[in-house]
Each structure stands twice: as C-alpha cells, then as structure tokens.
Design a protein around this ligand. Structure first.
Ligand SMILES: [Fe+2]
Length: 199
C-alpha cells in the first residue's frame, strides 16, 4: 500500500492566513480521531508546535495557532482511514479553504511515506517533533515518575536501543534534525519539559 501523494502543491495561495477556528479544529479532531492514545500524541505534537512558534519563531497568537493546528490535525485520518493517511485530511483542509502552509506541513510530516519534502520551518518542525515525541512519551510510560527527572542521557540511551519503541524511525529523527538544523540534544531538551505538561 502506497501513501505517496504524488503532488507537491497543496491548497490555494489565495487562502494564505486562513485557519479553522479552535472550535472547528477540535470538532474535527474529536469526530475523526477515536483512539485515546493517538489523540494524546496529536495533542502533544500540537503543544510542541505552539511552544516552538511562540518561543523560537517569535510568532503572535494567530501565527502560533497555525503551527498548533498543523500539529493537532497531522494524523487526523490515521485512526479511521489508514489507507488514506494524509490524503483525506489534506483534501478536507483544501475543501475548507485552509492556508496552504498548514496543509503542506501536514503533507510533508513523513516525506519517506508521502513523497513531499519538508520545506518551511513549520514543515520541518512538525516532521522533527512527530517521531521523537512518541519515543519520549513511550519512555515516560516506563519510568515510575513519568516525565519527572527525565533527562537527555536517558532519552538518548532509549534511542540507541533498537528494540525500544521499535516502530519509531531513528532514521526519520536524524533526517529531521538535519533538515531543521537543530541538534538532537536541543530537540530532546525542548520536548521533555513541554510535553510533560500535556496529559
Ligand atoms: Fe504523528
């Protein structure tokens, strides 16, 4: 089964700056995503995207919401339509006249699967947070204190253990860090305290 999207342009440039409202995005999220684990993953990635946009990109509330929305909906079709993963949510957002930048970020969050190269900073950070966020969360679940006291060393040790969270692609993580021009240490250091706040 191929998830390749076969195109690299998404949405209409005339829709730049258009987002769903938080209420609309949350309604879509709740309607399409039923699996609580997947929901938590998407909420975690959304929180990381928002934090990065505010703290590192210096964006205002509306700019940060665009980043957050990309995180919140990036896996929206994975739960109920795995064969249409990415295609379905992209078409939905195109139909709703959403900013092409948000749609492109979602389309490029797994370029090895979807065949769309991450270009913008939003694209690259969504790609970078996606897999690493999952591994760090898996690590929190096996620690008695969860995120409490979790450090860089522990996460890097888990990354080296191929059998730990084996479905998390180490190749994607390294590739994403390179593309986003961020060190693995800095990325892990950014994720731990912020993800710890998302329950
Ligand atoms: Fe994801």
């Amino acid at each position: 089964m191929s998830l390749q999207l076969g195109r690299s342009r998404f949405g209409d440039p005339a829709n730049a700056g258009r987002t769903l409202t938080r209420e609309e995005a949350t309604a879509l999220f709740n309607e399409w995503v039923l699996n609580p684990k997947l929901k938590l993953h998407m909420l975690q990635v959304a929180a990381l995207m928002r934090a990065w946009a505010l703290e590192k990109e210096g964006l205002d509330e509306s700019g940060a919401w665009a980043w957050e929305m990309a995180g919140l909906l990036h896996d929206a079709d994975w739960d109920q339509w795995p064969d249409l993963h990415c295609k379905k949510i992209i078409e939905e957002l195109e139909h709703r006249n959403i900013d092409p930048e948000i749609i492109h970020a979602i389309a490029s969050h797994g370029h090895l699967h979807f065949g769309v190269i991450p270009e913008t900073k939003m694209d690259k950070m969504l790609y970078a947070f996606d897999e690493l966020s999952g591994l760090i969360h898996a690590y929190s679940l096996m620690r008695p204190g969860g995120y409490e006291g979790m450090d860089l060393k522990g996460v890097k040790k888990r990354l080296k253990e191929k059998s730990f969270a084996a479905n998390v692609s180490r190749e994607d993580i390294n590739d994403a860090c390179e593309r986003a021009s961020i060190s693995l240490d800095d990325l892990i250091g950014f994720i731990i305290p912020r993800q710890a706040q998302v329950e």
